[in-house]
Design a binder for this molecule. Structure first.
Ligand SMILES: [Zn+2]
Ligand SMILES: [Zn+2]
Length: 460
């Protein structure tokens, strides 16, 4: 960053302007490690003046002393917000950190309730240590350091014996009289992905040169680098020629299409077991285990400038199933019938309430809206009722839905407030529309969502 005495941008003289595009760059976790180190170095040296980055720059990277940090949208937690803002400032000089509210229900809520941000402690980390998908890799890593003894087990929680048995059956650990031993040559720590990224990443390769551009985590590959997708890399545009999931590669070629692509998926959810339930207004709130099946079925092409729809191209991708935990609420027919009679589209109302509640859950659970998903339906096969589900997007669950269950009244009240305080007429990205909706934000009924939440939150 350019040197200067006080706060404010130093405007380069105009003869310099032509060089400016080369002095800004993009940064994300999927870039090659050596490319990332070069970018960090250039930022520190001041050869790069501005870096557009994901939260990849938030942790574990030595960058500080920036003049200004512009945070595009609520980063999900107060801990992240202060961490990101802290990249600005050096030597007791003034610095600038700006939070730019996004079109998102949570950002809308925070703009109206800054007290939820300032003067609040950094939130407790939500994690579910009993989740076998979390615990298993950690037990392996512990055993690789020092074989696990019987006495160690209580430290890891009640589910440890069952998870150990499973790890032995998988051949990852071996049980001997002295304890449990790590059996593999590779490092056990490679099993544990602390950021919860999922399976092996897909490599993005330029087909004409063999150049490796970066990687995309496996769960995101279906939506981000499916065959035909437009893929951006450092300001360059590529088209995905083919996504080969088995080979773990997406082949791309340089292109300049006049459209963007947006993957559409269908999601099914079935209830495997209910662990807890209680009455909520005339309805019922549940927490339990679910199986979510998602399949990316097609992608939309939209013209760059106008957003005009250019077509819906089918895709042939396998469904992905996720066994996880969810919080869900139901309303009996007697409670929703009056709403239907008043002309409310129940499906659209439930869908809108689902989107907004996903948007607000990060306020109560330490997560990002991309860590959770939802399904809503006027009539669900397992409940026989109008049902709205919000589920953890991580295998085995991550504790977010459970937090939502514990704080449901506050959570759903904040959801209702975020919808009512939005100035739009029929719903917008700041309240009920979702950037990740697999249904293209159809149908949605804003007024209906408020009535539905009012009904649910009525004291009985
Ligand atoms: Zn709105
Ligand atoms: Zn949706």
């Amino acid at each position: 960053m350019p040197e200067k005495g006080s706060l404010g941008w130093s405007i380069p003289d105009t003869s310099d302007w032509a060089s400016l595009p080369d002095r800004i760059a993009a940064y994300r976790a999927g870039y090659l490690a050596e490319d990332r180190r070069l970018l960090e170095k250039a930022l520190r040296a001041g050869t790069i003046m501005g870096l557009a980055t994901t939260n990849a720059l938030e942790l574990g990277v030595d960058v500080s002393g920036l003049d200004a940090v512009l945070i595009a949208g609520w980063p999900g937690t107060r801990a992240s917000l202060w961490q990101q803002a802290g990249r600005a400032g050096r030597d007791g000089r003034d610095a600038l950190a700006v939070l730019i509210a996004r079109d998102d229900p949570l950002d809308t809520y925070l703009v109206h309730h800054p007290d939820a941000l300032f003067g609040q402690p950094v939130e407790a980390i939500v994690l579910d240590p009993d989740n076998p998908y979390v615990l298993g890799p950690h037990l392996c890593a512990a055993a690789a350091e020092i074989p696990l003894a019987e006495d160690d087990l209580p430290v890891f929680g009640d589910t440890t014996p069952a998870v150990l048995e499973d790890l032995v059956a998988q051949g990852l650990l071996r049980k001997r009289p002295a304890g449990w031993f790590w059996t593999r040559r590779e490092r056990a720590t490679d099993l544990a992905d602390i950021r919860g990224g999922g399976g092996a990443p897909i490599q993005v390769v330029e087909s004409s040169t063999g150049r490796l551009l970066g990687s995309v985590d496996e769960p995101s590959a279906h939506t981000a680098v499916h065959t035909g997708a437009v893929y951006l890399h450092q300001g360059e545009t590529f088209l995905v020629e083919v996504l080969d999931l088995e080979a773990g590669v997406a082949l791309v070629c340089s292109a300049s299409p006049d459209y963007t692509t947006f993957a559409r998926d269908i999601t099914d959810i079935s209830i495997l077991g209910t662990q807890r339930s209680h009455a909520l207004g005339p309805g019922t709130l549940h927490f339990g285990e679910v199986e979510v099946t998602r399949q990316v079925v097609s992608y939309l092409k939209r013209r760059l400038q106008s957003g005009e729809m250019l077509g819906d191209e089918p895709l042939d991708l396998p469904p992905r199933t996720l066994r996880t935990r969810a919080v869900w609420w139901t309303l009996p027919a007697s409670a929703v019938a009056p709403l239907a009679e008043a002309g409310i589209d129940l499906g659209g109302a439930a869908h809108a309430a689902e989107h907004a509640s996903i948007g607000l859950l990060p306020l109560f659970a330490t997560c990002d809206r991309w860590d959770i998903g939802g399904v809503s339906t006027e009539l669900h096969a397992d409940t026989g009722l109008l049902t709205v589900f919000v589920y953890d997007g991580h295998e085995g669950g991550a504790g977010f839905a459970e937090r939502g269950y514990a704080r449901a009244t506050d959570w759903l009240t904040a959801t209702r407030e975020a919808i009512t305080s939005c100035e739009c007429d029929r719903g917008c990205p700041s309240c009920i529309q979702s950037p990740k909706c697999g249904n293209g934000n159809e149908p949605l009924d804003k007024r209906g969502a408020i009535h539905l939440l009012d009904t649910l939150l009525t004291q009985q």
